[in-house]
Design a protein around this ligand. Sequence first.
Ligand code: HEC
Ligand code: HEC
Length: 294
Amino acid sequence: MNPTTGWLVAGVSLLNILACVWLIWATSRRKPNEVAEGAVKEDVWDGDLRELNNPLPRWWLNLFIITIVFAIGYMVVFPGFGHMAGVLDWSKRGEMESKLAQLTERREAKLNELAAFPVAEIASHPDARKVGQELFGSYCAGCHGANAEGARGYPNLTDDDWLYGGTPQAVVASITNGRGGVMTPFLSQLSNEQVSQLIALVADWPEGEPSGRQAEGMAVFRQRCAACHGMDGHGNQALGAPDLTDDTWLYGGDPDTIRETILFGRQGKMPSHKALLSEQEIKLLAGYVIGLGQ
Ligand code: HEC
Ligand code: HEC
């Protein structure tokens, strides 16, 4: 409310109260049984009903006085008199904020209680799981999908295949600090022939000793790729280098996608959630995510 409107409202309120006071004063002043002005003797009905001007009964008047006192009290205490805040400094917004603070407090108490479980147990605790799921919907589903099954470049969190590890510590670390897998581009480092040999190997990783083209690919792999993906292609969780021998793909296992990965590299980025989530929330999320893989 701007000051002008405020003063106007205050003025109208004051006038109203004064008018009420005047009305009470004026009506209670009249002498009992004084004949109303303009009423004549003929204004008599049913034999003895006459128009008189008696003052209002006392109890009725008192009610009016109480209302006036109440109105003044109300305007002193609550914000009612123009733009004045009232001595209680009460406001709708203030009340809402205090309610919200209460809710937050209760929520935090609940979170603390649930997060006290070990991460591994959260998965099997229905209440904790539910909170984890809600958090996942708000903070993670945008990238990992509503049911955590991921998408191209965003890992599936429901399987037992982990880039960085599926232990409570590893998952908590993934969420807290974020992750950034870096696969360097090989566009200028490998010949077309070498890339084709690598694709032959990676697209269909051999069970035993590779032969033919795959053997050629393996020779290049051991030289150029094994530092990160391991001599046997099983990956390295310290670097987030995926296992290339299984059927789970972050970007894709078809020849064209593998070629793109080798030539241009990949930089998957999981953002840090340290600033967004409390330790308890991260713990609940980790428990939820680990539970998905079980
Ligand atoms: C902006 C997109 C994005 C958001 C939001 C996001 N993630 Fe991720 N997350 C990724 C990407 C991309 C990776 C893979 C990083 C890489 O390739 O190195 C990843 C990796 C992970 C991993 C490691 C998976 C593994 O196999 O080791 C976990 C666990 C994870 N995210 C959980 C979460 C949780 C829980 C949330 C919600 C708090 C979340 N992520 C929010 C993009 C995201
Ligand atoms: C510097 C370490 C490093 C080297 C060297 C490296 N990679 Fe990678 N590679 C990674 C990382 C890390 C990822 C995951 C990238 C991400 O998370 O976005 C990856 C991803 C891949 C993928 C995608 C897998 C999927 O699931 O979609 C393929 C394929 C791949 N690498 C093949 C190779 C080949 C072939 C070589 C050798 C020419 C190679 N890499 C060399 C670190 C490396």
